[in-house]
Write a protein that binds this ligand. Structure first.
Ligand code: ZN
Ligand code: ZN
Length: 404
């Protein structure tokens, strides 16, 4: 009996779950893996799932998928659009959507395992399926590793993973070396002195301090990072104040910092900290700003030799024209922790999920940025096919390349 992958995808898409709350998704994945004859372990790193497929002696290949949704209200208008809600870590009710396509990752993984099971006479080795929670927190891979992943299950010789992206469906994007950026999430609390909005001279206004800080932070990349280097400094959240006539006591900023070259990390962090402290001083702040780390992710670096093998396998399966270098992504991933902790090569690739005709039109019109929604957009939704088939094929082809 074959698994209806399209129905599986639609079911997962309709039922997205927030990071570390993926109990239903994990249950669905685990039951499929069990039906396929794998040895299944649940609740690894809170909600993670491990499936072990032993098939004689040979290499151990880890296949990784992530499974969490995002607090986004879906606006795709699709008949299977999500209307789910969840409770975020602050206790707020939020809409939930598979806006990053992790439902597609789980679907393709189940399809790939089904095919590997069907082909088991043709290969030998061990496949370990790693379905991780909370990629969007940058915390799920670490949670699984902290739960003894490397000691409890066969250690990998190689770690493979894939992410659906708005390339044309049927296209694979992968490059050796740096593929995605390192990233730090930083929270900054600027301390002022609150008071009446009519008496600003008796206060230290943290909102003005925050505004000046935000503007000055724009010069870190434009004025201080070598134009040949890639870095991003984004202030993604600003919270301060409750009412028009009250000057609040502090302001809270959340920053997203990105650099594919990890050597830039210390430099950018130092520059950001210097600007924040200097603006606080310029405002006459009586307390130093406070810094805390929200997350810290490594760069996603594809092993050169392993990636060359995967690329050759992809080219044979998809055709040379359909395997491209997608360039360096400023997005970040926590998949690297699996390979780094195990000390083995990583190959992480992107596969297209956008309607190829619509993509070609947007490209011809020069409107890719406007007309092709990206991951995390409320309009992001891969076309079901050929995206599922391509994701299954890519994962199987890559896995087989590294199995005997
Ligand atoms: Zn994402
Ligand atoms: Zn993602």
């Amino acid at each position: 009996m074959t698994i209806d992958l399209e129905a599986l995808y639609i079911d997962l898409h309709k039922h997205p779950e927030l990071s570390f709350q993926e109990t239903r998704t994990a249950g669905v994945a685990a039951s499929h893996l069990r039906d396929l004859g794998l040895e299944v372990h649940e609740g690894i790193g809170i909600t993670g799932v491990i499936g072990v497929l032993r098939n004689g002696s040979g290499p151990v290949v880890w296949l990784r998928a992530d499974m969490d949704g995002l607090p986004v209200a879906e606006e795709t208008g699709l008949p299977y659009a999500s209307s789910a809600t969840g409770i975020d870590p602050d206790g707020a009710a939020v809409p939930v959507m598979h806006a990053c396509g992790h439902d597609m990752h789980v679907t393709a993984m189940i399809g790939a395992v089904e095919r590997l099971v069907a082909q088991r006479a043709e290969w030998s080795g061990t496949v370990v399926v790693v379905i991780q929670p909370a990629e969007e927190f940058g915390a799920g891979a670490r949670a699984m590793l902290d739960d003894g992943l490397l000691d409890r299950f066969p250690r990998p010789d190689v770690v493979l993973g894939q992410h659906v992206t708005p390339l044309p469906a049927g296209v694979i994007g992968v490059r050796p070396g740096p593929q995605m950026s390192a990233s730090d999430g930083i929270q900054v609390v600027l301390h002022g002195r609150g008071g009446h909005g009519s008496r600003p001279h008796s206060t230290i206004d943290p909102i003005v301090m925050a505004a000046a800080t935000i503007m000055r932070l724009q010069t870190v990349v434009s004025r201080e990072v070598d134009p040949h280097d890639l870095a991003v400094v984004t202030v993604g959240a600003v919270h301060s104040g409750t009412k028009n006539n009250i000057i609040p006591a502090d302001a809270n900023l959340q920053l997203s910092l990105r650099y594919p070259d990890e050597q830039l990390r210390e430099k950018v962090l130092e520059k950001v900290e210097r600007v924040v402290r200097a603006e606080a001083m310029a405002s006459g702040a009586e307390r130093e700003p406070e810094f805390s780390t929200l997350h810290s992710l490594p760069a996603t670096i594809n092993d050169a030799d392993a990636t060359a093998r995967a690329v050759a396998a992809f080219q044979a399966a998809f055709g040379e024209q359909r395997v491209i270098d997608p360039g360096l992504f400023t997005g970040s991933e926590d998949v690297s922790w699996f390979a780094r902790d195990a000390g083995v090569p990583l190959v992480f690739w992107f596969w297209g999920g956008h309607d190829p005709i619509a993509y070609a039109e947007a490209e011809a019109n020069g409107t890719l940025d406007r007309d092709v929604p990206t991951n995390h957009s409320p309009f992001y939704a891969p076309v079901i096919q050929p995206t599922i088939d391509a994701g299954v094929t890519a994962m199987v082809v890559a896995a087989r390349e590294f199995l005997d």
